[in-house]
Design a protein around this ligand. Sequence first.
Ligand code: PEP
Ligand code: MG
Length: 766
Amino acid sequence: MLGILRNLVQEVNSARDLQEALEIIVSRVQNAMETEVCSVYLLDPSSNRYILMATEGLYREAVGKVSLGHSEGLIGLVGSREEPINLEDATSHPRYRYFPETGEERFRSFLGVPIIHHRRVLGVLVVQQRESSRCFDEGEEAFLVTVSAQLAGVIAHSEATGAISGLSLTGEEARDVSFSGVAGAPGVAIGQGVVVYPAADLDVVPEKQTEDIDQELQLFAGAVTAVREDIERVARRLASQLRPEEQALFEVYLRMLGDNALPAEVNNRIREGLWAQGALKQVVQQYVRHFEMMDDLYLRERAVDIRDLGRRLLSHLQEGDQQEQDYPDRTVLVSEELTPAMLGEVPREQLVGLVSVRGSGNSHVAILARAMGVPTVMGLVDIPVNQLDGKELIVDGFEGQIYATPSTDLRAFYQEICDEEDELVRGLEVLRDKPCETTDGHRVSLLVNTGLMTDVVRSLSHGAEGIGLYRTEVPFMIKDRFPSEQEQREYYREQLEAFAPNPVTMRTLDVGGDKALTYFPIQEENPFLGWRGIRVTLDHPEIFLVQVRAMLKASEGLNNLQIMLPMVSNISEVEESLHLIYRVYHEVREEGYDIHMPKVGVMVEVPAAVYQVRELADRVDFLSVGSNDLTQYLLAVDRNNPRVAQLYHSYHPAVLQALVRIAHDAHAVGKPVSICGELAGDPGGAVLLMAMGYDALSMNAASLPKVKSVLRSLSREWAAQLLEDVLLLDSPHVIKSCVDLSLRSAGFGRYLRPGRTSASVLLEQS
Ligand code: PEP
Ligand code: MG
């Protein structure tokens, strides 16, 4: 069965469109189960009806014509119960519905299983048999359930592809097609999709058309010659070290590159109008699928060689295709996995929105997007990214949704939200130089989180009182080697100077987890529980010492530096770090620099630290809570994984209890405590944190004016009452609603995300 399944999934994956995929499914399943009928019904979201999409055994003419209401017939029953229904005699079941156009009356036994993807019922897969004596057995039921579970993702993906091209399941025109992901950075953007993809990765190459066929042919010919030469060179170099049968492998490669082999097929596709990279992708994928389906293990493994060859050709093609990318004026950057470097490539004034298939609201790229104020949707797992290139898109970063091919009404609706947001931000400018003080005189410092120099500029114009978190890994991430001490000193000086005499808190290098340096790869099964933050730098004192030295030298004459240690889970890590910091401090002073010993703080971002707040605080000058990591570790929810994004909740009672305890324990030993996770930039979160007694809230620059406006308009007493109320609740969702409701009734509704997309209301109305 496993072999059948593997082949089936591969075949379906290679189908050109949804229809072909469904036809393959019904035909292969009918064959494998030796049954008379196999059909698939999909639930059409626009009509909310199950439509017969493909069949083997029923009359083909019924395809696309027969449909059932959402809870009609046995199909509707399978869908609404969300479990298989296995009947020996379907015709005697009270829910049986007979459609003469299908020829169904001949069949009695019925087995239907739902096709469910991420809790959404996409359709129903059915097998039927004529003899009443045949009841599908348990093994067959299990097989059909497995097929359906494996194919649900592929079906969702092909369905989305059709929808983006403006087609509904029934082939009618579809507008305002929406896809749900996870909110990454708030705001709304209307612009044109530009798909970017990592180099030399065939899977993500878009299938664009070309205007200049000759140039593409020439580019490809150049890539073939270059790869041939590479292989011949390697073969010559290794000739004396390899046995003849191993040498023969290179021959295989060179044969595949022969004029009549792979290049001929690629050239054909280019002549049909595809650009060289897309043509190469198609041909390589076709070869790979062909080899992967072979029963012979040796031949199956040749798929690896083809893929490797494809990658080499692509890499040469990409070198030869160096034309500068032309970004539209309103670019919505779309990628399988957005990286900070990709953001940097688009001129800031042209970048209006971001869309990423991978990652979640607390991925670092989302944090960066929030800092830059670019509306972002992450975790759009089922979206066929390549199809979004050149399409008009609306990015709803409040709700985590995007819309393709929007109608005039929808565009106008979102344009209004954009205009309101601009107006709100402009209205808040007057608060820039006002203190963040509640109506009953309680003062909280509002600080910013930075990484890039552009953040600093924005922060100053938003009235930040200092930097609560400078993520030093950001300048490390945009280089292709460790920055030198001098380079680091320059980066750090910029940040320190911009805010002097206000404090600038620099976190020592926090790589590992989801933050990778290309030149210092860390491969681990469980990166978030692995070699991260302080664990890496204590194992590499040469990196830590250079960084601290650069920070201290940069602070000369300003003396507003504070140093913060990430991912601390043991007291010994703090002691070792302090030892190194003191050592550097004395050495730098001996070199003649006139510097002060900076304040040193610890981040509380793992549960172990929550229970040792007093011991930690005794050893350092301040604490700062990293609520992004603390939430992920307390709730055991990967902050990057869109599948569990709905479980990642900073308003979870356990998180709130931990936050209360941290503030209490830090103050009990007389140390200040701030928070620099994203919760601080959420108006509701900020109110609760202020009530808990946090001395400073550090957030992205874009959130600061809204938070200041809310905190200045209410009393600490009011906030304390709200906190007391929500601490009695046991559900994150109820807590969130309670906070939102209180803020709305206090007149702060406009600072919250617009109510659950009013766009969906609009769509329902139309
Ligand atoms: C955090 O974990 O809350 C934090 C501020 O650090 P980062 O998001 O950079 O991991
Ligand atoms: Mg962290």
